[in-house]
Design a protein around this ligand. Structure first.
Ligand code: SF4
Length: 723
């Protein structure tokens, strides 16, 4: 039987059924990608050779008038007294020719941050055609007059050839070391890492929780992002950094510059925009604006995620946090709200990404970003409640009524408002999906009778949930997955969300969107012939939302009495993004096991794992209270602050524990906000971000007592013991 391997995470299928007979719905149990991401595994001597691991080096030499060098992996120390090494070089290489003539060499020991350009110059190009040291400038001459790699190397060894042995295609050189120098303590790049990274790397992205192998997507994104899109997103990012620096130099934060940066950042969030041409065109617009402002240098896109691993970690956290904050700023902006401090921090934060900072400076910037994001989220709450009123508790059916309907997913309440206004009296019903569910709680939205209920669950289930739906789907924000053939013709995107080939609805200059084509499509499809009852993940037939900040605070006296009388012993905030990883069942089990005298607050799409559970009531309150979208995290923070005030204690002294699930970049800026507020003892899962280096994790754990989740039983026992 042929073995099949997942090209994303390396999992080898070992099930009882032959791989070919698995249904099309089969997904990789490790990384969750679909069956088409598996390839037949071949075993031959080359495969076995790949299991041998060694370091990577640049061997350089110099003849009378020619400097040259090439990457070598076959190198070993033979003896240390005398210091002798052996290495082999292919006879066709120019370096081979020069070595045999000069009989002198340098060995540069490469480090893990060695960039693609180094390999493209010293591995892919021939010294017969180019001057390698004209193309690669990070090189210096050692006392023997030969170049060595001065950056991306941790040591240099210089020596003379003792003898040469013919080895067929190669020559085996034995050389005595005459001089050496250690530059730093960076780790040496290994051949297997090189294969994973530089040589075969088509892209690099590690911004979300489902990143391949928990380290980074290098061949294609688990989310479906292709290398060319990833590449354009990196170019867009470095263009935004250059624009921010130009704006900073000009001392301007004009709204057009900020809007371009906010849109660019939002575009690069996971599951937002898969349209390479659109990403490239936005990068061009940003470039034009930079040139107009007189801006100069743009850093290399490849340098975004290269360098000292702690600095890369902190810089990436900053970039991803800014991407998250951009989503919130964008939603507030479409409702006419913006804030000067938030706007200017987009410039400050993006410009900072292009500068060098110490670890302490990065940590300071991250805390500042967390504080500014609190402002940004307050602005969004003001925008939402100003436009649509304070959410009120609302029971939402999971039944789809017969007749034409449209499913709306994403977070953008303004898009939903325009669609509701355009479907008034048209006989077309509207159902929310994913993060749009909390819209049912807003008085100005729920007044439209055609806003009937909620269909489906969280984003990661869309490919199954949309396939047999007799209705079109409108994606207003993340999270769009590559649409399946079965429903491609029914997908509409708007705003920053785009997928090649899908219908996109643009706003006009006044921000108005014409949804008539979508509405006609719904009428044409006709919907279900009869009412159809759907169920939540736990079998429930309706869910309740709308326990926003105001509702909870209006009930503060009752809640405070319940805590004082012992009727409520503890609050849990079980919230955050959902995703496909099997480990996310933790959150369902955790909620199931919370004691009956505790309240579970929830928000964001992770709620779908628990929101249809019948967990009972405490007094007038259901035990599970849905506070809204991830965009409503500000409300949850304010409830915690208000409770602390009422009990005359700090937030960390409240009987309250945050048990968060993260997936994409909005969760990053929320975490930074919570840390900037000094909130401790947060439980986070299902995994620690790939972009957190060990040192960054240790710092956060030490300073904020952050807990990576373990098991529901163990974590609950620990929480309830200490509170
Ligand atoms: Fe991989 Fe996530 Fe990046 Fe997509 S967004 S390429 S899944 S890390």
């Amino acid at each position: 039987m042929k073995e099949h391997v997942c090209i994303i995470c390396g999992y080898v299928y070992d099930g009882a059924l032959p791989f070919e007979e698995l249904s099309d719905d089969y997904v990789c149990p490790i990384c969750g990608v679909q069956k088409n991401k598996f390839e037949v595994l071949t075993h031959d001597f080359k495969e076995a050779f790949l299991k041998i691991n060694y370091g990577l080096y640049v061997i350089t030499s110099k003849s009378e008038n020619k400097d040259n060098g090439c990457v070598a992996d076959a190198l070993m120390q033979l003896t240390d007294e005398p210091p002798v090494v052996a290495f082999s070089i292919n006879k066709v290489n120019m370096t081979h020719k020069i070595l045999t003539e000069s009989k002198e060499f340098n060995i540069s020991v490469l480090t893990k941050d060695a960039p693609k350009e180094l390999f493209s110059v010293f591995s892919a190009k021939s010294g017969r055609n180019i001057d390698k040291f004209e193309e690669f400038k990070d090189a210096k001459r050692s006392p023997n007059g030969i170049f060595y790699i001065s950056r991306y190397a941790n040591a240099r060894l210089s020596g003379k050839i003792i003898d040469m042995t013919d080895a067929g295609t190669h020559t085996l050189f034995r050389g005595q070391i005459t001089d050496a120098e250690v530059f730093n303590n960076e780790e040496t790049l290994t051949y297997s890492e090189y294969r994973e990274g530089a040589k075969y790397r088509q892209m690099f992205c590690f911004q979300c929780q489902q990143t391949a192998r928990g380290t980074g997507c290098t061949m294609t994104g688990v989310c479906g992002k292709k290398p060319d899109t990833a590449h354009e997103q990196d170019i867009l990012t470095v263009e935004m950094i250059a624009l921010a620096k130009a704006a900073q130099d000009k001392k301007t934060d004009d709204s057009q510059t900020v809007d371009l940066i906010v849109d660019g950042l939002f575009t690069t969030i996971t599951n937002v925009n898969f349209d390479t041409a659109k990403v490239a065109s936005l990068a061009d617009k940003i470039k034009m604006k930079r040139i107009k402002l007189g801006g100069g240098d743009v850093i290399k896109a490849d340098d975004l995620f290269y360098g000292d691993k702690n600095i890369v970690s902190l810089r990436s956290t900053m970039l991803f946090g800014l991407r998250g904050m951009a989503a919130y700023a964008h939603h507030a902006r479409v409702l006419g709200k913006r804030d000067a401090e938030v706007d200017s921090w987009f410039i400050k934060g993006m410009a900072a990404l292009g500068d060098k900072h110490t670890i302490d400076e990065w940590l300071g910037l991250l805390m500042e970003l967390g504080s500014v994001n609190l402002k940004c989220m307050a602005l969004l709450e003001e925008a939402n409640t100003g436009a649509y009123g304070n959410p009120v508790p609302t029971q939402v059916p999971l039944k789809v009524e017969k007749g034409p309907f449209i499913v709306v997913t994403g977070h953008d309440l303004h898009d939903l408002q325009m669609l509701l206004e355009q479907t008034d009296g048209k006989g077309v019903n509207i159902y929310t999906h994913g993060e749009m569910l909390p819209a049912h709680g807003y008085p100005e939205l729920k007044k439209h009778p055609q806003l009937k209920g909620n269909y489906g669950t969280a984003w990661q289930n869309q490919q199954n949930e949309f396939k047999n739906l007799p209705a079109p789907i409108l994606f207003t924000t993340n999270c769009i997955m590559p649409p399946k053939e079965s429903y491609r013709d029914r997908v509409y995107t708007t705003s920053v969300v785009e997928f090649p080939g899908m219908k996109h609805i643009e706003a006009d200059v006044k921000g108005h969107k014409d949804f008539s084509e979508l509405i006609k499509h719904a009428v044409k499809l006709g919907g279900f012939p009869e009412d159809k009852q759907f169920k939540g993940m736990n079998g429930g037939t309706n869910v309740t939302t709308g326990f926003g900040r105001q509702t909870v605070l209006d009930n503060a006296p009752v809640i405070i009495d319940a805590v004082k009388s012992g009727a409520i012993k503890h609050f849990f905030l079980v919230g955050g993004c959902d995703g496909a990883q099997p480990g996310r069942s933790y959150y369902t089990k955790f909620t199931e096991q919370t004691p009956k005298d505790t309240i579970v607050l929830t928000l964001a799409c992770g709620k779908y794992r628990i929101n249809d559970m019948d967990a009972g009531k405490i007094g007038p309150f259901p035990r599970i209270l849905d506070m809204g979208q991830c965009n409503d995290a500000y409300g949850a923070v304010q409830v915690a602050v208000a409770l602390a005030k009422a009990f005359n204690c700090g937030v960390n002294d409240l009987p309250l524990t945050l048990v968060l699930s993260w997936y994409e970049q909005k969760a990053v800026c929320i975490l930074l906000t919570l840390l900037s507020l000094g909130i401790k003892n947060i439980y986070i899962g299902p995994t620690i971000p790939a972009f957190f280096s060990d040192a960054v994790v240790n710092t956060i754990v030490e300073k904020f007592n952050l807990h990576p989740i373990t098991t529901p039983e163990q974590d609950l026992a620990e929480i309830l013991k200490t509170k």
